[in-house]
Design a protein around this ligand. Structure first.
Ligand code: FMN
Length: 331
C-alpha cells in the first residue's frame, strides 16, 4: 500500500483545515474495527459505539472494557484519538457517567441524539429527545458541569424526529449548554437512512451557530465530500457506512484533496483482511470472529464487485481460515 502520510491524522497540506472523522456505528465500529481503520489512516478521530445509560451511572471499569483505547490516552494503537459516546435521557446519570468515562481515560465526550432504534427511543434516549429541546439542554449542561474544563463535549443529532420544526431550537439548546462541536446527520428520525441526506439543512446551521459543525450523511468519497462542503460551507466531515465499504476512503480523500490520485490494490485489501482476522481472534472466539468477517464482506461488496459476485460463497465459509482462503482464491 502506498504510504502518503507520515503521521496519522495530519493534513500534509497545512492550509487545508478539513477534518474527517470515523462515525460511531453500534455493532460494527468496535475497537477492533476502529483499530483496523486507524491502521490504514487518513482520519482525524474516531467515535466509539454508543454506550447506553439507563438505570445507573456507567462505572469507569465498563468504559475501560468498551473503549479500551481510554487506557492509552484515548488513542488507537496507530495514534488516532477516540471519542467516547454516551446515549441516555437521565441528565444526572449522564453527567455522572461522563465523569466516570473521564476517570477511565476518556479525553472527549460525545452524546448521541440521533439513534432511531425503537429499543433505544422506547427508553427515552437517542433521537426521541429531539422533540424536547429543554431535555437536550438539561442533559448537555449537566454533563458539561460534571466534566473537567479541558475535556471537550460534543453532540450528534439528526435534523429532527418526525420533521425539522425544532431543528433551530435543538441547536440553540445544545449551544447554550456549553457544547463546542455539533455533528449533524442530515436526516430526520422518520427519514431513517433514505437518501439523500439533506446537506442544505446542515448549511443552515453552519451559518447560524458558533459551534463547530461536522457534516454527516452519504459522504463516501472525495467527490461527495467536496459537494457536501460546497453546500454546507463546513470544513468538518464524518463518514460512517462509507468507511466500512471502503476502509481506504480516508486516505483516498486526503490524497485527492492534495491533488494526488490514489488507488489501492487488492493485495492491500487482503492484507487488511488478514490483519482484521488476527485482531478479532485476540478478542472474540472463532464463531464471533467469523460472524464479524462475514458482516464486513457484506459492506465491502458495495465497493468491491469481486466480493459482491462471490458473497454467497464467502458467507458459506465455516471457519475464518476457509473464508480467508476463499478470498485469496477470488482475488
Ligand atoms: C449500523 C449502524 C450503527 C450506528 N450506530 C450509531 C451509534 O452508535 N451512534 C451514533 O451516533 N450513530 C450511529 N449510527 C449513525 C452513523 O453514525 C451515521 O450518522 C449514519 O450512518 C450516516 O452517516 P453515513 O451516511 O456516513 O453512514 C449508526 C449507523 C449505522 C448504519
Amino acid at each position: 500500500m502506498t504510504q502518503l502520510f507520515t503521521t496519522p491524522s495530519s493534513n500534509s497540506n497545512p492550509i487545508d483545515k478539513t477534518t474527517i472523522a470515523v462515525a460511531p456505528m453500534e455493532g460494527v465500529m468496535d475497537h477492533t474495527m476502529r483499530n483496523l481503520l486507524s491502521e490504514v489512516g487518513g482520519m482525524d478521530y474516531l467515535v466509539s459505539e454508543f454506550i447506553r445509560v439507563t438505570q445507573y451511572a456507567i462505572p469507569a471499569h465498563t468504559f475501560k472494557r468498551l473503549v479500551p483505547e481510554n487506557a492509552h490516552q484515548a488513542k488507537t494503537k496507530h495514534n488516532h484519538p477516540v471519542h467516547t459516546q454516551l446515549l441516555g435521557s437521565n441528565a444526572e446519570l449522564m453527567g455522572e457517567s461522563a465523569f466516570n468515562a473521564v476517570q477511565s481515560g476518556a479525553t472527549h465526550i460525545d452524546v448521541n441524539f440521533g439513534c432511531p432504534a425503537k429499543r433505544v427511543n422506547g427508553h427515552g434516549g437517542g433521537s426521541v429527545l429531539l422533540q424536547t429541546p429543554d431535555a437536550l439542554y438539561d442533559i448537555m449542561s449537566n454533563i458539561r458541569k460534571q466534566l473537567p474544563e479541558n475535556i471537550p463535549l460534543s453532540a450528534k443529532i439528526r435534523l429532527g424526529y418526525e420533521n425539522e420544526e425544532l431543528l433551530l431550537d435543538n441547536v440553540a439548546a445544545i449551544e447554550s449548554a456549553g457544547v463546542g462541536t455539533l455533528t449533524i446527520h442530515g436526516r430526520t428520525k422518520k427519514d431513517g437512512y433514505k437518501p439523500p441526506a439533506r446537506w442544505e439543512k446542515i448549511g443552515l446551521i453552519q451559518d447560524r451557530t458558533k459551534m463547530t459543525v461536522v457534516a454527516n450523511g452519504d459522504i463516501t468519497n472525495a467527490d461527495s465530500l467536496l459537494r457536501c462542503k460546497a453546500i454546507t460551507g463546513c470544513q468538518h466531515f464524518m463518514i460512517g457506512r462509507g468507511s466500512l465499504n471502503n476502509p481506504f476512503v480516508f486516505k483516498q480523500i486526503r490524497a485527492q484533496l492534495n491533488g494526488v490520485e490514489q488507488t489501492t490494490t487488492n493485495d492491500a485489501l487482503l492484507n487488511l483482511f488478514n490483519s482484521y482476522c488476527k485482531q478479532l481472534k485476540e478478542h472474540y472466539d472463532e464463531v464471533a470472529s467469523l460472524g464479524r468477517l462475514k458482516q464486513w464482506c457484506g459492506h465491502l461488496r458495495f465497493e468491491y464487485p469481486t466480493i459482491k459476485e462471490h458473497l454467497q460463497t464467502l458467507r458459506r465459509s465455516s471457519s475464518t481460515n476457509e473464508l480467508i482462503e476463499r478470498l485469496n482464491e477470488i482475488f
